[in-house]
Design a binder for this molecule. Structure first.
Ligand code: ATP
Length: 301
């Protein structure tokens, strides 16, 4: 159950910094009975007070096990280290269950590492207030949650004081404006549970518009595994390029075609980073990545 609820919770936690209608949050939390798993230290600082540049994300020898895992189980993450500089695009690839999504959960501190350090803007995330931390992180995940509310309200969730012009500009950049205006009530169309049904690609573009409104320093992009048709995929891809431009992006990639231009590709296998580098280096290295690439090209994956 926790596995299923988690992305929804993640999305909500990331929105906690915004002054969204208290009633809306009360309703959601009542419904899911979710409580934060981590608490702030009494002397926690904000990201603005952190010593390093905004957008710098670093893992130092991080090991992690889910709270419900058996004590003697293999860690989900095992000695993971990397440093993503502000504005870089880092892509995590690797087999299903390798731990890619788990890496992305530790950045907004949805869980604490068992050992090692996760740092954001040069500060250990355990020394930051979580509200401040998540206010600088945007997430576009496979399971975008839309509230039973209008599209405008769903977008404003990321920036409650956004003007109509700002909503529209974000929707245009996310390639969803034309779709929205074709709906029966445009931006006032009610979506979500029992509302107007959006396709996976449309929901993803709403999530991208939210990120553009929120304008975080770090974007976590959990690429959809579900097949979009090739036109929607291209449209989503362009929207993602707009969203990742100028900000640190941590992409969990399932299709290697989307990582070719990444500044750094990190190959995760069984909780460890087994290869890292730019596409061309990894191809010439002739290891796991090169093999995955060859398989995906021949359609074997
Ligand atoms: P995929 O490509 O399939 O999304 P992944 O590389 O992102 O896989 P993770 O989702 O990080 O892998 O999962 C790593 C391991 O942790 C898997 O064995 C998974 O079953 C386990 N796991 C993931 N989420 C939880 C959770 N909330 N509680 C317990 N175990 C979990």
């Amino acid at each position: 159950q926790s596995r299923l609820l988690f992305p929804l919770m993640a999305l909500m936690r990331v929105g906690l910094d915004v002054q969204t209608s208290g009633a809306l949050f009360a309703r959601i939390f009542e419904y899911l009975d979710l409580r934060p798993r981590v608490t702030d230290k009494p002397d926690a600082i904000t990201v603005e007070q952190a010593p390093g540049p905004l957008g710098l994300v670093e893992f130092r020898d991080v090991s992690f096990r889910y709270p419900d895992a058996a004590d003697d189980s293999r860690p989900t993450l095992d000695g993971v280290s990397f440093r993503i500089e502000p504005g870089q695009f880092a892509a995590f690839v690797g087999p299903s269950g390798a731990g890619k999504t788990t890496v992305s959960y530790l950045v907004p501190r949805f869980y604490d590492a068992e050992s090692g350090t996760v740092s954001f803007a040069g500060a250990d995330v355990r020394d930051l207030t979580q509200d401040s931390l998540v206010s600088h992180i945007g997430i576009v995940s496979q399971e975008t949650s839309l509230f039973h509310a209008s599209i405008a309200e769903n977008l404003r969730y990321a920036k409650p004081d956004a003007t109509d012009e700002e909503l529209q500009a974000a929707a245009i950049a996310a390639n969803i404006h034309q779709t929205i205006v074709s709906f029966p009530d445009g931006y006032d169309t009610i979506v979500g549970e029992r509302g107007y049904r959006l396709s996976g690609g449309e929901k993803q573009r709403i999530a991208i518009a939210r990120v553009l409104l929120k304008d975080p320093a770090v974007l976590v992009l959990d690429e959809a595994t579900s097949a979009l048709d090739s036109i929607s995929e291209r449209v989503v891809q362009h929207a993602l390029e707009a969203a990742s431009a100028g900000r640190t992006t941590i992409a969990i990639a399932h299709r290697l075609s989307t990582v070719v231009d990444a500044d750094v590709i990190l190959v995760v296998d069984a909780g460890r980073i087994v290869e890292r580098g730019a596409h061309a280096d990894l191809i010439s290295h002739g290891g796991i990545y090169a093999r995955m690439h060859a398989e995906q090209r021949t359609g074997a994956v």
